[in-house]
Design a protein around this ligand. Structure first.
Ligand SMILES: [Zn+2]
Length: 194
């Protein structure tokens, strides 16, 4: 999978593309809203507490192929799922984990990266390209990586060294294989290349 700052399909001229783009986007959303009406029709309030039953927060990539609840046997109400591009532990992930642990009682952290991640094909040049295109450099790092295992280790390390988190003992990291559906655990201590 490759990602660039440019849209993958060349866009038609501005004035002809806009209505079509808008229509396409709204029809997707309309389907979601319609699906929600069906969902709500049979919905009964489960009367759950906001505190996750299994006291766990799962940090994972936003990848569309990764169904966390199915892959981990989780039920509604079991966990917090915190996702971003790459499943990288950024300041905002630490923010969510801090709230998860301090306000909502989670104790364990599970980190999940996955094979064929879009972040593997990006570099920090992405920011430079963005700056050239739009005239402004983003304040955030791309957080791209070349080595999945090493990035999982770095993410585990970021959780384990965060002063904001009271529970840092049970932090485990995995790579999800999008072809087999299996998780592979990453040894936090193993140095790169071994
Ligand atoms: Zn990914």
């Amino acid at each position: 999978m490759s990602i660039s700052t440019s849209p993958s399909q060349p866009l038609p001229p501005e004035d002809s593309s806009r209505p079509e783009e808008g229509q396409r986007a709204s029809s997707v959303t309309e389907r979601l809203v319609e699906a929600n009406r069906n969902y709500a029709r049979d919905f009964t309030d489960p009367g759950m507490d906001a505190r996750p039953v299994r006291q766990v927060a799962v940090v994972a990539c936003m990848d569309a192929r990764l169904d966390l609840h199915e892959a981990l046997g989780l039920e509604l109400g079991d966990c917090h799922t915190i996702r971003n591009a790459g499943g990288v532990v950024t300041d905002d992930i630490i923010r969510s984990l801090t709230i998860s642990q301090r306000a909502l009682g989670t104790r364990s952290v599970v980190l999940i990266h996955h094979t064929d991640c879009g972040l593997l094909s990006l570099t920090e040049d992405f920011r430079h390209e963005l700056e050239l295109e739009v005239g402004q450099r983003p304040s955030w790092a791309v957080e791209s990586f070349k080595d999945l295992d090493q990035d999982v280790r770095q993410s585990m390390q970021r959780v384990r060294t965060s002063p904001f988190l009271p529970h840092r003992d049970d932090v485990r990291g995995f790579v999800f294989d999008v072809k087999t559906g299996l998780l592979r655990e990453i040894d936090p201590g193993m140095p790169r290349g071994e």
